[in-house]
Write a protein that binds this ligand. Structure first.
Ligand SMILES: [Fe+2]
Length: 173
C-alpha cells in the first residue's frame, strides 16, 4: 500500500470502503425489487429496476477502481439482506427513494471529509457523485409520484409500467 502512489488518508479509505458497500447495497435492493415487480406483473418497473441495479454496480466499481488506482486496500463490506414490507409498487419506490437519500447524505459527508483533509482527487470524485445523486433522487421520486397518483387503479398502473419499460430501454442503450 502506498508504494507506487500517494497514500490515502486512512479515514477517507475507510469511508470509501463503506460507500462501496452502500452502493452495492443499493444495487442489491434494486435487483431484489426488480424480481418483486416482475412477480407482481409489472415487468416495465422490473426492467427499470434491473437497469438501475447495473447503474448502482457501476457506482460501486467507480469508487473501487479509484481506490485501486490510489493503491489503497479495498475491503468490500457485507451486503445487508434486510427485507422491507410493501404492499403497492409505490411502496417499493418509496423505499428506494429513502435509500437514495441516505446515499446522498453519505456522499456529502465523504465530500466534506475529503475537503477537510485536502484530498482533492477524492473531492473531485465525490463531486461527480453529488451531481449523480441529484439525478437519482429526481428520477426515483418522479416514478414514486406517478405510482402514488395511480393508487390501486390497474389501468393507470399499466400505463406507468409501459412508460417505465420505455425508460429502461433508453437507459440500456
Ligand atoms: Fe449510487
Amino acid at each position: 500500500m502506498g508504494e507506487n502512489g500517494p497514500d490515502m488518508n486512512p479515514l477517507i479509505a475507510e469511508e470509501m470502503n463503506r460507500q462501496i458497500g452502500m452502493e452495492f447495497n443499493a444495487a442489491f435492493l434494486y435487483l431484489s425489487f426488480s424480481v418483486l415487480m416482475n412477480e407482481y406483473g409489472m415487468r416495465g418497473a422490473g426492467r427499470w429496476l434491473r437497469a438501475h441495479f447495473h447503474e448502482e454496480c457501476g457506482h460501486a466499481l467507480k469508487i473501487l477502481d479509484y481506490m485501486e488506482q490510489r493503491r489503497t486496500e479495498v475491503r468490500i463490506p457485507q451486503i445487508s439482506t434486510d427485507s422491507y414490507p410493501w404492499e403497492t409498487p409505490a411502496d417499493i419506490f418509496r423505499i428506494a427513494l429513502d435509500h437514495e437519500k441516505l446515499v446522498t447524505q453519505s456522499i456529502h459527508n465523504l465530500l466534506a471529509l475529503c475537503r477537510r483533509e485536502k484530498d482533492y482527487a477524492g473531492e473531485h470524485l465525490m463531486m461527480n457523485f453529488v451531481r449523480e445523486q441529484v439525478e437519482e433522487e429526481c428520477l426515483v421520486s418522479d416514478i414514486l409520484h406517478a405510482l402514488e397518483r395511480c393508487g390501486r387503479d390497474e389501468s393507470a398502473l399499466l400505463q406507468v409500467d409501459v412508460r417505465l419499460d420505455a425508460l429502461a430501454a433508453e437507459q440500456t442503450h
